[in-house]
Structures are given as structure tokens and as C-alpha cells.
Ligand binder design. Structure first.
Ligand SMILES: Cc1cc2nc3c(=O)[nH]c(=O)nc-3n(C[C@H](O)[C@H](O)[C@H](O)COP(=O)(O)O)c2cc1C
Length: 161
């Protein structure tokens, strides 16, 4: 059974709504043979990461960066998950890898820095970006939850292959 790992920080109802839609998309009836494993960012482990065939990451934008919770996730799993560090301790651009990942970010003003912060770390992991980043500002609409559902389904279909 393929495994899709969802790691998220969803501190408010609106962000949780997006997260729920992503998970529902991953569990769409058209998807077969994929187990969707959901972990809060503060609870996900390196074993969770190593056991997964693909990843969906969700975070709020905080101070122009990803949430502290998702940063904690990366701090915890980065090296065991095959991340490469530069001599100065920054994430070293790697040669990529096959495991697909997707990302959604919710903010109120500007999610640019939050997206950049995640992508700059993930590019040092053996993962490859498999879908456009879903960026949502402000109130969550039906269009946003539909896009989140689509994101979940896309990643699940990719790990199913
Ligand atoms: C300390 C703090 C920093 C924040 N920084 C940003 C930010 O840099 N960019 C942004 O778009 N939203 C920012 N926000 C808004 C959060 O991203 C937003 O509250 C979160 O996504 C939950 O959304 P909601 O309050 O609409 O439910 C910040 C919120 C807090 C509390």
C-alpha cells in the first residue's frame, strides 16, 4: 500500500477547513491503494517521513515565514530524511528526488515568504514539487476548498502510480 503523509499546522477553523479538504481529496473514491497518514507538524517523526511515498505540507504564514510548528518538523526530520546541509548550515540545493510533495499555505496578508521558506528547505530533500503551491489569503471560500481537495487528490494519484 502506498502512503501519503500529510503534515500540517492548522491552528484556526479556516486553516483546518483547508486541511480537511486536502485530506478528503487524498481519500477520494477514485484513489486506490493509498493510505493517507495525517500528522500534526509538532508530532510528525522521521519514521513517518521515511515510511511515506509522498508528502503534503500545510502551514500558516507567520512573520513572513512558515509556522514555527512546520519549522520544528523540518528541524526534526531533515537529516534523517536525507537532507543536505551547506557548510554554513543552510539547506543545500540537492539533486532532487522522486518522492512528490505538495504545499498549501494560508495567510492574511502575504504568503510569499512562507512559501519561499518551505521550498528553500525542501529543495535540499530528495523530494520533488509535484503540484503548484496552493496559497490562500483571508477567508476560505468554496473555490479554495475545491483547490485543496484537488491538491490532495493530485498527490494521492501520484503516489498511487
Ligand atoms: C504572529 C503572526 C504572524 C503572522 N504573519 C503573517 C504573515 O507574515 N503573512 C500573512 O499572510 N499572514 C500572517 N499572519 C496571519 C496568519 O497567517 C493567519 O492568522 C492564519 O493563517 C490563520 O488564519 P485565520 O486567522 O484567517 O484563521 C500572522 C498571524 C500571526 C498571529
Amino acid at each position: 500500500m502506498a502512503r501519503l503523509l500529510v503534515v500540517h499546522h492548522s491552528p484556526t477553523p479556516s486553516v483546518q477547513e483547508l486541511t480537511d479538504a486536502v485530506i478528503a481529496g487524498g481519500n477520494d473514491d477514485a484513489i486506490e491503494g493509498v493510505e493517507v497518514v495525517v500528522r500534526r507538524a509538532l508530532e510528525a517523526t522521521a519514521d513517518d517521513v521515511l515510511a511515506a511515498d509522498g508528502y503534503l505540507l500545510g502551514t500558516t504564514a507567520n512573520f513572513g515565514y512558515m509556522s514555527g510548528a512546520l519549522k520544528h518538523f523540518f528541524d526534526t526530520i531533515f537529516l534523517e530524511a536525507g537532507g543536505a546541509l551547506s557548510d554554513d548550515g543552510s539547506a543545500s540545493p540537492g539533486s532532487g528526488g522522486k518522492k512528490p510533495f505538495g504545499l498549501w499555505v494560508h495567510g492574511r496578508y502575504d504568503t510569499t515568504g512562507a512559501v519561499r521558506s518551505v521550498v528553500s528547505i525542501v529543495q535540499a530533500l530528495p523530494w520533488t514539487q509535484a503540484a503548484d503551491v496552493l496559497e490562500v489569503l483571508g477567508d476560505v471560500t468554496e473555490a479554495h476548498t475545491e483547490a485543496a481537495y484537488e491538491l490532495g487528490g493530485t498527490l494521492a494519484a501520484l503516489v498511487m502510480d
